[in-house]
Design a protein. Structure first.
Length: 143
């Protein structure tokens, strides 16, 4: 094989690895913060604040998510493709509620007079890779 072809292939692979790293770095700098939480007709709505401190937009293939307690999954979410613009934006994740699990958690909380810890897993799918983030939701601190 010609040395020029080898150098060209190595350069292309290096550039591709660099671009993947920059996309990963950008996706890690974007922060998701829950600011509101409510139940509305079979859906659990979580209002989110999205902070993109980089002066660059990021195309996403979507977000998959689930809400769960220590005992069970209480809701699931799946979005379509979208683009994250620079700056601060707000959006709502509408989780399809698992009514049986949600009812069980509510009754248990009422009987034992406790507030269950709710966690949210988000699988953020960028153009070429996916990253997972776990966020603890504290209903007392949200709207």
């Amino acid at each position: 094989m010609n040395n020029y072809i080898k150098i060209g292939i190595a350069g292309a692979l290096g550039y591709g690895a660099y671009k993947l790293y920059k996309i990963y770095q950008l996706s890690e700098n974007i922060t998701y913060t829950p600011v509101g939480f409510k139940y509305n007709a079979g859906t659990i709505e979580v209002k989110m604040r999205l902070d993109n401190p980089i002066n660059q937009s990021l195309k996403m293939r979507g977000i998959d998510g689930k809400l769960y307690t220590a005992k069970s999954v209480i809701g699931t979410f799946r979005s379509g493709p979208f683009e994250i613009n620079e700056g601060i934006s707000y959006f709502t994740l509408s989780f399809k509620a698992n009514v049986l699990s949600l009812g069980t958690e509510l009754i248990t909380a009422l009987i034992f007079k406790t507030i269950p810890t709710i966690s949210m897993d988000l699988i953020k799918k960028t153009q070429f890779m996916s990253t997972k983030e776990t966020i603890e939701l504290n209903p007392q601190k949200l709207d």
